[in-house]
Every structure is written in structure tokens, then in C-alpha cells.
Design a protein around this ligand. Structure first.
Ligand code: PHE
Length: 361
């Protein structure tokens, strides 16, 4: 069954590449979600990714208490294709054209493979874009805020596990040192955490050394003996198989779609490993972008909202214990309640939710 309100699949007029925009839900407001420019063996894999990622964005906004729906855009690059600057412009203009055709149902932002400068190009053809560079009036790169929000989630988990939110002296294994993972590793090192890190790009070893981290090969990181594993790269890292080999007490990270399927959350729970749903831990980027660009908040007030992810995770973990559910189920229920609150069953939405973050039930 198609679970999405609409899915646009185009061959880009200029690039001839598959441009996919999935609008999962506009129940809470117009949809938003990043533009992923990534390699896939087949464009249908890109479509599957867009479908999953956009559904996760719906939950991300709902749990964060933001009046925004879930969407995602994917440009599926053939394996091995490198975009030169001219072709990149073509791709971005193709994406902008598809977004413009959706009349505000979807606004894009940065994601894997894209950044603020790409958003500036898209903004030449459509206003429905977050995170343009600050000099052009946007809220800028979202990754530092995503990193900060993940740190907030990690503090809540540390409090649960050790009775104190401090990460000093804790061992953390960070899988991925990209725009978000790299920032997060820096924040964690500054907190006094002991890091083991990896990246598929061996060039990131220098950052590891700078932070005094132990470097491991990407295929080894999941089985590292650590307090907390932090997935900070692409999704799909937690499967029945990889979960069986984990040697950590918790998994909390900014990567989207970490599980290969929802049942993996139960496997983590059975092993006594605390998993904070990725869409809860990774909300800092969208929280900042929406707070600044939609609600007109200043940087300081936006930061307070990003830091509030700690309280959200605290409350979620409390609810999970109280109702004897996994954190994954507790988060799903919270998202469902918030979506139901503005969309009575069988009735089309007539308006959008307010900007007030809702209290946890
Ligand atoms: N990559 C961001 C995420 O997954 C997407 C995003 C950031 C969308 C900022 C809009 C604004 O949450």
C-alpha cells in the first residue's frame, strides 16, 4: 500500500537523471526534508530510499513538535558518476523545477551530498528551500545544529545509563565523520569523551588523530566495545546480524533510517541495548532551520529548542519504561498521537497545527 500523499518521479530535463520527490504527509503542515544526492545501483533503490526517508521526516517533525510534514528528495546517481560543476547545476535546476511544480507541498533542505550553496541554486527558481547560506538570508548549514541536537540526546541517554548527563570519560564509537559526524566527534572530544571513529573516506583519519581518537576500519566499528555507538553516516547499519554483534549499551546517532526494518528495534531491546530512534536524535537540523526561517526566532532561541531534544529524549525514555515499551514504540505512538490530533480519522486536514511544541502525553 502506498503510504505517501504523493510521489513525483521525473527524468531531469537537463541532467537526464532520475529526480524523485516523496511527500509522505502534509497533515501537520507543508512537507520538508533534505535533498539527497547519492549513488544507487538502480534508480528504484533511490525511490525506496526517498519513500522511507520521507516517512521518517513525518515522525521527526511530529516528535519535535513542529508544524511541518514529511518529505524527501533523492537524485539517484549511477554508481561511480562524479558531477562536475556544470552538471551539478543542471541537476539542481532539475530538482528546483520539480519542487516548484509541487506548489509549496514540499520544501527542500540539505542532506547527504548537498549543502547550503546547493540550496542557493535551488532558491533561484523556487522559494521552497531551507538552509540557504546566511549571507543570502537563509539559516545556513544545518549540520552543526544536527550535531548539537544529537549531543543533547546523548546526554539524556547518559543520564539514564549512568545517572549523570556528562559524557566525560565515556567511550563512544562514532561511525561516520562527515558534515554531522565530524562536528559531533569534535563536540564529544571537547566534552572529554573517549572516541573510536571511522569513515569510508580514509582522509578523515586526520580528524580522528586531531581528536585523539582510535581509528577503526568501517566494517569493525559496529562491534567495538564502547558505552555508546553513534551511527553518523548512511542508514541501514542496524540489522538482525549486526545487532547480534554489538558490544555497547546504547545506540544513539544522527544517521537517518538506521534500522533495516522496524523489528530490529525489538532485537536491540531484547539485547538490553537502548536505542533512541534516529528521527528523534537527529532533529536538531530541522528544529534550527524551521525555528529561524519559519518562526523567525534568533539564533539563541533556536539553540534552546535544539537543546530541548534532551528533555524530549528524557520524557520518551520515561514513557517507554512506564508503559513497558521500547523507545521506538513510545516515539511512534507520540508521533501518531500528534498526527491524529490535527487529522481526525477519515477527515482531510483543513488547517495546520500551531507552532507550539506539544507537551508529551
Ligand atoms: N537532512 C535534514 C534531516 O534529515 C533535512 C533538513 C535540514 C531539511 C534542514 C530541512 C532543513 O533532518
Amino acid at each position: 500500500m502506498l503510504d505517501h500523499e504523493r510521489v513525483a518521479v521525473h527524468t531531469g530535463r537537463r541532467s537526464r537523471l532520475p529526480v524523485i520527490v516523496a511527500v509522505h504527509s502534509t497533515a501537520l503542515g507543508p512537507a520538508a526534508g533534505g535533498l539527497r544526492l547519492w549513488h544507487y545501483p538502480d534508480w528504484r533503490d533511490g525511490l525506496a530510499d526517498a519513500l522511507r526517508l520521507s516517512a521518517a521526516m513525518t515522525s521527526k517533525f511530529a516528535v519535535a513538535g513542529l508544524p511541518i510534514g514529511g518529505g524527501k528528495a533523492v537524485v539517484a546517481l549511477p554508481e561511480g558518476e562524479r558531477l562536475d560543476p556544470g552538471r551539478r547545476l543542471d541537476v539542481l535546476r532539475d530538482v528546483a523545477e520539480v519542487i516548484a511544480s509541487l506548489d509549496g507541498a514540499y520544501a527542500t533542505g540539505p542532506d547527504v551530498g548537498t549543502g547550503p550553496d546547493d540550496m542557493a541554486v535551488i532558491a533561484e527558481s523556487t522559494p521552497h528551500v531551507f538552509c540557504r547560506p546566511e549571507r543570502l538570508g537563509g539559516s545556513g548549514d544545518s549540520s552543526p545544529h544536527t550535531a548539537r541536537g544529537t549531543l543533547a540526546a546523548l546526554r539524556a541517554v547518559a543520564r539514564r545509563l549512568y545517572g549523570t548527563p556528562s559524557l566525560a570519560g565515556r567511550t563512544l564509537a562514532v561511525a561516520g565523520l562527515g558534515r554531522v559526524g565530524g562536528r559531533l566527534a569534535r563536540l564529544l572530544a571537547a566534552e572529554g569523551a573517549e572516541l573510536t571513529v571511522t569513515d569510508i573516506d580514509a582522509g578523515k583519519r586526520a580528524l580522528g588523530e586531531e581528536l585523539g581518537a582510535v581509528w577503526r576500519a568501517p566494517e569493525e566499528i559496529l562491534a567495538v566495545d564502547a558505552d555508546i555507538l553513534v551511527p553518523a553516516a548512511l542508514g541501514g547499519v542496524l540489522s538482525a546480524r549486526s545487532v547480534a554483534g554489538l558490544r555497547c549499551r546504547a545506540v544513539v546517532g544522527p544517521a537517518n533510517n538506521q534500522l533495516t526494518g522496524p523489528e530490529v528495534a525489538d532485537l536491540l531491546h531484547e539485547r538490553g541495548i537502548l536505542w533512541v530512534p534516529d528521527y528523534v536524535a537527529s532533529a536538531g537540523g530541522v528544529v534550527n532551520a524551521v525555528s529561524v526561517e519559519v518562526h523567525g526566532l534568533g539564533a539563541e532561541q533556536a539553540r534552546v529548542r535544539v537543546d530541548a531534544i534532551e528533555g524530549t529524549v528524557d520524557a520518551l525514555l520515561d514513557t517507554a519504561v512506564r508503559l513497558d515499551r521500547t523507545p521506538a514504540r513510545a516515539a511512534e505512538e507520540l508521533a501518531r498521537l500528534r498526527l491524529a490530533a490535527v487529522r481526525p480519522v477519515g477527515v482531510r486536514p483543513t488547517g495546520h497545527a500551531t507552532a507550539e511544541p506539544l507537551a508529551l502525553p
